[in-house]
Design a protein around this ligand. Sequence first.
Ligand SMILES: *Cc1c(COP(=O)(O)O)cnc(C)c1O
Length: 397
Amino acid sequence: MTSAILPTYARADLAFEKGEGAWLTAVGGARYLDFGGGIAVASLGYSHPHLIEALTQQGQKLWHTSNLFQIPEGEKLAQRLVDASFADFVFFTNSGAEANECAIKMARKYQSANGHPEKYRIITFEGAFHGRTLATLAAGGQQKYLDGFGPKVEGFDQVRFGDHEALKKAIGPETGAILIEPIQGEGGIRPVPQQCLKGLRQLCDEHGLLLMFDEVQTGMGRTGKLFAHEWSGVAPDILSAAKGIGGGFPLGACLATTEAAKGMVAGSHGTTYGGNPLAMAVGNAVLDVILGDGFLDHVRAMASRLRQKLGGLQDSYPKIIEAVRGDGLMIGLKMVPNNGEFAVAARAEHLLVIPAGDNVVRLLPPLVIGETEVDEAVKRLYAACARMDASLNGVKA
Ligand SMILES: *Cc1c(COP(=O)(O)O)cnc(C)c1O
């Protein structure tokens, strides 16, 4: 098929025209159970009535004003995020990469405002993903994404995931911050043990570094808490959120403490669209649901049901699934055969899942799934495993 869209994606030959809950309907009418959630974005599933209501109401009033004026809906959303988190301030963006750009700039500015402009370097971790802008690519440090794009943005030192000694050695006189995903998403659902998050907090406090959590994928209820770091009891100084925060509307946020934000004053940073009235109306509506009574309990209940059943799946197909890992409704199936082929097999069963690094298949379903969807997804995963099993045996025979 010829396409006028820049060919930066190897797209499946499948297009959807509507969605409801965790179900998508393809052009032609076939229904798919979506356990990818548009990459953890459709946190409340598709066509959620509360989101449609918020979007259409605001859509009829005012979409955009620029940040040269007060935006009451944004004031409200920022205050609610602050009330529900470690943070004192919020900067709204249109994407996760921009939220991380804000975090990176804020950390550098903080050290500079403290009289240490030389402390501009940030430690990141192998397998990380922080976005596709030049700075966030450098932060993620994945060679395949950096190749051919000229000199890497200076100031990022990457250490091996889980290598405590390397981490300590990497801290130098120019280090100003550490940036980490509490659970690596694109890198293959690799959780950072709670002990390590605590250790990072201590290390940052000892060395005067800012601790920054990239919760673009783990945040907004995905793990059964508003933010994944809450499980560890450790708070960051700066946090980036996006993906699920807008339920499908492009929205991101950078949250920070007063101390961490001290370098950011009028003119330090900006965005034309970020936090516009339409985005803010939807963001508030998403938060209404996520912070609603019992919602996160529901996420935890569905997660434990799913996790238990996936244990059974792994027991039944140890030659296909090597491990099940992750937290809440952010689950990785570490595959023995190729993860992309497994995603194709699942799609043949009309179940959408998402490949990630480390040969993992990700499950990132809408947080509103019920028992029916959990059970149905597991049934389809069994069928996909059976398909893979048959084709593996076929190859051997
Ligand atoms: C997706 C993702 C990003 C980038 O978000 P975009 O909205 O694509 O810019 C950054 N960090 C993490 C952890 C992500 O999962």
